[in-house]
Ligand binder design. Structure first.
Ligand code: IMP
Ligand code: MG
Length: 187
């Protein structure tokens, strides 16, 4: 269940969320990140890997802002239930493409504990990629449980707030809001 309450407030399930990052600010950061990726990976024909489901909207905008020759594919992992990380990361849909000797850029919505991004980087390196980079919409440094989180391109560093919108969900609802919202009672 999701509902727009007013210009800056939405309800998702049983919780109230307030607007936290506007779509225009997301767009501006995506333009900057795309410029960095174009510059860093020109001539590499990178393979972008979208981590479904949460990253699909960020990936659609980021990928269209990148101009160098490249390819894109998807994989699906799951670690969250409700607003809590479960600690265990399950692979629901494995990667189908070969990554042998390729430069891979993982596109992920959010790095919270860091366990999901760590697991996928290990998997892709084990499959033979020559270089694995990450493009992350949101990074919560205070929640991160791993040392030196492997983040190459990051749109926003945020406090440890639970987020919905722009692809991110609360129990599968709230993904379609264009802006990013944070849980209201975590101010
Ligand atoms: P991590 O493994 O704890 O870093 O969690 C990463 C995954 O949990 C992300 O791919 C998201 O799908 C989900 N997640 C983490 N924080 C949030 C949040 O604030 N809102 C919605 N999903 C989240
Ligand atoms: Mg995700």
């Amino acid at each position: 269940m999701q509902k727009i309450i007013d210009e800056t407030t939405v309800q998702v399930g049983d919780k109230i969320f307030r607007r936290y990052i506007k779509k225009s600010d997301i767009d501006a950061r995506i333009t900057e990140i795309a410029t960095e990726i174009d510059r860093d990976l020109a001539g590499e024909n990178p393979l972008f890997v979208i981590i479904l489901n949460g990253a699909f909207i960020f990936a659609a905008d980021l990928y269209r802002a990148i101009t160098i020759p490249s390819e894109i594919t998807t994989t699906r992992l799951k670690s969250y239930s409700g607003t809590e990380t479960t600690g265990a990361v399950k692979t629901i849909m494995p990667l189908q493409e070969s990554v042998v000797d390729r430069t891979v850029v993982i596109i992920e919505d959010i790095v919270d504990s860091g366990l999901t991004i760590q697991k996928i980087i290990h998997q892709i390196k084990d499959l033979g990629a020559k270089d694995v980079r990450t493009a992350i919409l949101l990074f919560k440094p205070d929640s991160c449980q791993i040392e030196n989180p492997p983040i190459d391109y990051c749109a926003f560093k945020i406090p440890s707030k639970f987020i919905v919108g722009y692809g991110l969900d609360y129990d599968e609802a709230g993904r379609s809001f264009p802006d990013i919202y944070a849980l209201a009672d975590e101010d």
